[in-house]
Design a protein. Structure first.
Length: 200
């Protein structure tokens, strides 16, 4: 009989009485099963907590999107926001980078478009001789002619929108208007008292 290599000893079965051996193996197997069950339970438990947290976040995001679609409601914890405070007259004024100029706008949710005054249009680099005042719109001061334009880059704080539809007014204006062609491009907006929240 060839000698037994000492490295093979851990592969040899122990000498046990038949019943004792069966009992020991059964207990060992039960121990392994118990450890596996505990481990699986811990892993599944951890996954369940992660999955519940992910589901909660998904539901919150869906709720915010639903509120935004319903009327511009904004959840400050779930979206990037820009806060604008009303001035003493209760108006919301916003400074925006348009073309080469910083232009002050009055937020006007009743205006369909962003409306630039002739002076602000010139400051933004819109040459008057290239404008086509082809449309007529009705305002509180009567009908005026406007020139449709596209503002390639419109920046308000951290909000940057491209290709914003706008018009240039043919008549002088005290301040340009920030209308719905800008606001509807946001994720949401709302007014709370003297605060305007813009979400993107």
């Amino acid at each position: 009989m060839p000698p037994i290599d000492e490295h093979d000893l851990d592969l040899l079965p122990e000498e046990e009485p038949a019943q004792a051996g069966i009992l020991a193996k059964t207990l060992r197997n039960l121990g392994v099963v118990a450890v596996v069950c505990v481990t699986v339970s811990m892993v599944v438990g951890g996954l369940s907590e992660d999955m519940q947290e992910a589901a909660t976040k998904a539901n919150e995001a869906i709720a915010v999107n639903d509120r935004n679609a319903a009327g511009g409601d904004v959840d400050s914890a779930a979206a990037s926001e820009l806060l604008i405070r009303a001035n003493g007259a209760g108006h919301f004024l916003i400074d925006a980078d348009v073309g080469r100029a910083k232009i002050r706008f009055l937020v006007d949710t009743g205006a369909t478009m962003v409306v630039l005054s002739p002076e602000d249009a010139r400051r933004a680099g819109l040459s008057e001789d290239r404008l086509n005042f082809s449309r007529e719109v009705s305002t509180a001061n009567g009908n005026v002619r406007v020139a449709p334009v596209t503002l390639r880059k419109f920046k308000v704080g951290q909000i940057v929108l491209r290709d914003v539809e706008a018009v240039v007014n043919s008549a002088p204006m005290r301040v340009s208007l920030l209308g719905m062609s800008f606001l509807r491009r946001l994720d949401g907006w709302q007014v709370k008292g003297d605060k305007l929240y813009l979400a993107w």
